[in-house]
Design a protein around this ligand. Structure first.
Ligand code: CKU
Length: 608
């Protein structure tokens, strides 16, 4: 579903009301919610925070690990307005939602990490309305991310993710009510070319249609950080409701790595009498991203990516967004000289990207295409050569449709952020079959068609995706490797691990792909406070030795243009014999204190 995915903002023509707070909530273990008329209102409930991940609220493991249907309800008020459009916008509902207003189905959305907006103008009343959302967090092989559900004898469902992070669910991002002009700005995009002392900005605007079909004029205005007008242009109408203009900004102050400069863009629509119909403003940055030979270029200068694979994960908050945690994370990352992160393994809350825009951070934006290998321990199986015929399954067509939809929603949502320098379209699928190539060529085609900035596309390859066997690396603009030499492979034997790592990189080199590579994952589980003079696995010393070894290898290969360590912080996973209170590969603990290796990274990254 792609309607307008613009970030909800107040402007002189737009009103925004937050529906965040405590909502009614209930599990629906036996799926009898409809029999009980839940869509009209919950007859049994407790209170639950929105946004929030329900799992971390509970002391009862049955509730924490709940899998199936569950319901939310709140009342909300639509203020009297002058013939406007009323929109209900969810930042994300994990993994799928059916929305009811006053008992009537008003829309559905598949996918737990991207926003959706529903036009409720004719479906809700001025005054009080009842909003009910039926949510489902089951995993399957037809939607993203992939997994299965185990049905126990007593009917209980248990989520079995094919991925290594806790299946946090719920209404995990903010819900807003928007009151917009009937004819409104639906979307806009900007892309840039740089020439001597000037930037050519290509701006597209889409306006919604309405019965009145007013003949509207669209304008774009750019104001720099000092309040000076940098551009003020009328756009040309290209077809009904779409406008375009290429214009020049002289002496642009470019957005750069860790040196952000932002312009405020304001798009406006006016009618033939010059009356303002709609206005939308946000911050953008002028910069280009290119891949040239084995280098990644920002504003035509090579950049080396230093940073992290992350998660949206924090104690009690689960996967819900919190400004304080985000601020702390950026402070930690800046402290040790990082300049980038990957939104492993799903698009994050929009505020993460806004902060990166402000900080000059580089983001590899990843779609939730994770778990495309049939294994609940694929972090272990990935190194063993195990093959699960994932893309040879009859349901793969449905998965592909969902995958394309989420790629399109992600790019539509995130395309104007200067911080987003690449899109990652998968994490560690089986890429060794012709079927996987066919599958992914369509995904990459869709992404290339929709990104107005034609940013580099990538995907993270696991160890079975070797230079000899991987069929999909040719689709990538730069190649992202997740490798665990010294952990899953030759754990505890760093000399042997080093030999194997070098051997693999030599084989990539021999392939002469002509492309940049970055390490998107490498790391070791490390219990903070566990010390060992002999550097045994799980100790803080082993984590340091491991990274020193890996860095010595990476530094010997010119095509290596970045290193994002796994993971920024310890994070919650499904329980199992490989996980001690979650995944412990964090450079920081879950409450954001450094393990010893954080200082090693600081030293390296501040000098690289
Ligand atoms: C990480 C095959 C490696 C999978 N990779 C994915 C990531 O989600 C996991 O957390 C490995 C790990 O720590 O095992």
């Amino acid at each position: 579903m792609i309607g307008s995915l613009l970030y909800p903002r107040m402007t002189s023509t737009r009103m925004k009301f937050s529906l965040d707070g405590m909502w009614k909530f209930t599990f629906d273990r036996d799926k009898t919610g409809y029999d009980k008329g839940f869509e009209k209102g919950l007859s049994e409930y407790e209170m639950m925070p929105v946004p929030g991940s329900f799992a971390d609220m509970y002391s009862d493991p049955e509730k924490k690990n709940y899998c199936g249907d569950f319901w939310y309800e709140t009342d909300f008020v639509i203020p009297d307005h002058d013939d406007k459009k009323v929109i209900l916008r969810f930042g994300s509902v994990t993994h799928r939602a059916v929305v009811y207003i006053n008992g009537q189905n008003i829309g559905e959305h598949e996918g737990g990490f991207l926003p959706f907006a529903l036009d409720i103008t004719d479906k809700a009343d001025i005054g009080i309305n009842k909003l009910v959302v039926k949510v489902n967090n089951e995993l399957n092989e037809e939607t993203l991310p992939c997994g299965i559900v185990k049905k126990c004898k007593d009917g209980k469902l248990i989520a079995k993710p094919y991925f290594d992070f806790f299946n946090y669910s719920g209404i995990q991002r903010s819900v807003n009510l928007l009151i917009l002009p009937k004819q409104s700005i639906e979307d806009y995009s900007v892309s840039y070319e740089l020439e001597d002392n000037k930037a050519i900005v290509n701006c597209d605007v889409t306006a919604s249609k309405s019965e009145s079909n007013l003949n509207l004029t669209a304008r774009v205005r750019l104001v720099d950080e000092n309040g000076n007008l940098a551009a003020d242009e009328e756009l040309d109408l290209t077809s009904e409701g779409t406008y375009n203009k290429k214009f020049t900004v002289l002496n642009p102050v470019l957005w750069n790595v860790l040196d952000a400069h932002l312009y405020t863009i304001t798009i406006s629509l006016t009618d033939s009498d010059g009356n303002l119909v709609d206005e939308y403003s946000e911050k953008i940055g002028i910069r280009t991203v290119k891949v040239s030979g084995t280098q990644i270029l920002i504003n035509d200068k090579p950049v080396y990516l230093k940073g992290y694979g992350k998660h949206e994960d924090f104690s009690v908050l689960g996967r819900s967004f919190n400004y304080s945690v985000a601020k702390r994370d950026y402070e930690c990352m800046k402290w040790n000289g990082a300049n980038s992160f990957r939104t492993s393994h799903y698009p994050y809350a929009e505020e993460w990207y806004q902060l990166a825009d402000e900080e000059g951070f580089l983001i590899i934006d990843e779609v939730p295409a994770v778990g495309m290998m049939r294994s609940t321990h694929n972090f272990v199986d990935a190194g063993t050569g195990k093959y699960t015929y994932f893309f040879e399954t009859p349901t793969v067509g449905t998965l592909q449709k969902n995958h394309i939809m989420q790629v399109e929603e992600m790019i539509t949502r995130d395309k104007n952020h200067p911080s987003v320098i690449a899109f990652s379209l998968f994490n560690e699928p089986e890429t060794t079959s012709d079927q996987s190539y066919e599958y992914f060529s369509k995904i990459f085609e869709a992404a290339r068609a929709i990104d107005p900035q034609k940013r580099p596309l990538t995907g993270a390859l696991e160890k079975n995706s070797s230079p000899e066997k991987c069929k999909c690396h040719k689709l990538l603009d730069f190649i992202s490797l997740n490798r665990y030499y010294g952990w899953y492979i030759s754990g505890g034997e760093l000399d042997e691990a080093q030999e194997k790592f070098r051997d693999e990189l030599d084989r990539w080199k021999a392939l002469d792909t002509g492309k940049p590579f970055i390490m998107t994952e490498f790391g070791t589980d490390t219990m903070p406070g566990n010390h060992s003079l002999t550097g045994t696995m799980w100790s803080e010393e082993y984590q340091k030795n491991y990274y020193e070894m890996n860095f010595s290898v990476i530094d010997d290969y010119d095509f290596m243009q970045g290193e994002q360590v796994w993971n920024f912080a310890d994070f919650q996973t499904s329980e199992g014999i490989f996980r001690v209170g979650g995944n412990r590969k964090g450079i920081f603990t879950r409450d954001r204190e450094p393990k010893s290796v954080a200082f090693l990274l600081k030293k390296r990254w501040e000098n690289k």
